[in-house]
Design a protein around this ligand. Structure first.
Ligand SMILES: [Zn+2]
Length: 425
């Protein structure tokens, strides 16, 4: 009986502890409804306390490439990848503008393909023009990622590899893979978002346009900031900087502008304006960078910024030459065309036969080849048809054939073309 009594009293004790615990838990709820934490003592009746602004968020110096960049300053640093191509190689400039006010880290990269120099000038211009005292957040500009290609006017690395197929890279891989790895670790991991600048390639030119994986909600939201800029859905290829960055949670897009191996002032200006709109949208800049824009009434703050035109989402397709010969265009980049309209002709200089290339659908010429000698099947015109954001996102989500990994786009298989066309970023 005594043992039974002891057993019962243990159970009773356990129950008492349990119920005390639950009472205790009720005594200290995690969230007290209606109570503002740290609100301080209430004001005595009849006396209004002054409304104080919240304490400013502290901006700390940015530690990057072995240096500290303090808030409100701009520093030009050098990136020299460990185990780089050659010690004689020029360093890649990295312009870091650490804003005086808190905000995101936006990275602008260009020259991953060394011959695509429009982007070099776009990033250089933006990186040196933003006022650190008025910047909320940080702008990191890397105008020439592939210094080797840039100094030789080449798209490629010395081993003919395409750097934009090797991100995020590896420490022990090929030279392309090591460079990609060093850039990813030294720069990319500091970024909250990335815009990577490119141009058309292989004698083609692109109207300024954003290419983005619209199936990723963070990337989609990021594209909304570019204002009235053309946006194309493109999942991208494995190894592209934007694909690798997005995979680790850093929304990234490609910005295409113009043709390789030349400087095109109109395309450069359009891209610079698009990035300034993006920085307003991200609340990094409150007024346009040009001081005289204020006097012209171009103040992009508050309601006006919200009323900026939305991006233009496009579906696109490539129109190919069906015969070989000399391609001569009859349209200009950016032109709107009707279905059946002549885009250009291919002249066979041997048989003296001319064949016309017609637009299969109405649309806008968002990319096109330079006049040149072409083979049958050459992708000559990139036509975009306006669609809604919703429709673009719906189509982006449709299943596509798996993308083969290609190192050199020049050897891309026909099956890849069906998915990506000729969008060599
Ligand atoms: Zn490129």
């Amino acid at each position: 009986v005594r043992r039974l009594f002891r057993g019962l009293s243990r159970i009773a004790l356990a129950l008492a502890v349990l119920s005390a615990a639950s009472v205790a838990a009720q005594d200290y709820p995690v969230e007290v409804p209606g109570r503002v934490p740290d609100a301080g003592p209430a004001a005595p009746e009849g006396i209004a306390l002054p409304e104080l602004p919240p304490p400013p968020e502290l901006v700390t110096p940015l530690s990057i490439l072995g240096r500290l960049v303090v808030p409100g300053t701009r520093e030009q640093l050098e990136w020299r990848p460990r185990g780089g191509i050659s010690s004689a190689e020029m360093a890649s400039p990295v312009i870091v503008t650490r804003g005086a006010l808190p905000g995101p880290v936006l990275c602008l990269t260009a020259g991953i393909h060394g011959d695509e120099i429009n982007g070099v000038e776009i990033v250089r211009r933006l990186s040196h023009s933003v006022d650190p005292a008025r910047l909320s957040g940080t702008l990191i500009g890397v105008p020439i990622v592939n210094v080797f290609g840039y100094t030789r006017g080449s798209r490629y690395l010395p081993d003919r590899r395409d750097l934009n197929r090797f991100f995020p890279g590896s420490r022990s891989g090929s030279i392309a893979s090591r460079l990609a790895h060093a850039f990813f670790e030294d720069i990319v991991r500091h970024c909250d978002a990335i815009v990577d600048f490119h141009t058309g390639s292989f004698d083609r030119s692109n109207m300024p346009q954003v290419r983005a994986d619209l199936t990723n909600p963070d990337v989609l939201e990021f594209t909304r900031g570019f204002g009235a800029t053309v946006v194309l859905h493109s999942p991208g290829s494995r190894g592209m900087l934007r694909v690798a960055a997005t995979a680790v949670g850093i929304p990234a897009v490609t910005f295409e502008a113009g043709a390789p191996a030349r400087l095109e002032t109109a395309e450069i200006a359009e891209a610079v304006a698009a990035i300034e709109r993006l920085m307003h949208k991200q609340a990094m800049l409150e007024v346009p960078a040009e001081p005289d824009a204020l006097s012209q009434g171009v103040l992009l703050v508050g309601a006006q910024a919200a009323a900026e035109p939305a991006p233009i989402f496009l579906d696109s397709r490539w129109v190919r030459a069906n015969s070989g010969g000399l391609l001569i265009s009859e349209v200009a980049l950016g032109e709107r065309v009707a279905a059946g309209q002549r885009l250009g002709r291919v002249i066979d200089p041997v048989s003296n036969v001319e064949r016309f290339i017609l637009a299969p659908v109405p649309g806008r010429v968002i990319g096109m080849a330079e006049n040149q000698a072409v083979l049958p099947g050459y992708a000559a015109f990139h036509l975009g048809t306006e669609t809604s954001e919703q429709q673009a996102v719906r189509e982006a989500a449709l299943p596509h054939a798996a993308e083969p990994v290609v190192e050199d786009p020049a050897y891309r298989r026909e099956t890849t073309d069906a998915v990506l066309g000729e969008d060599f970023e």
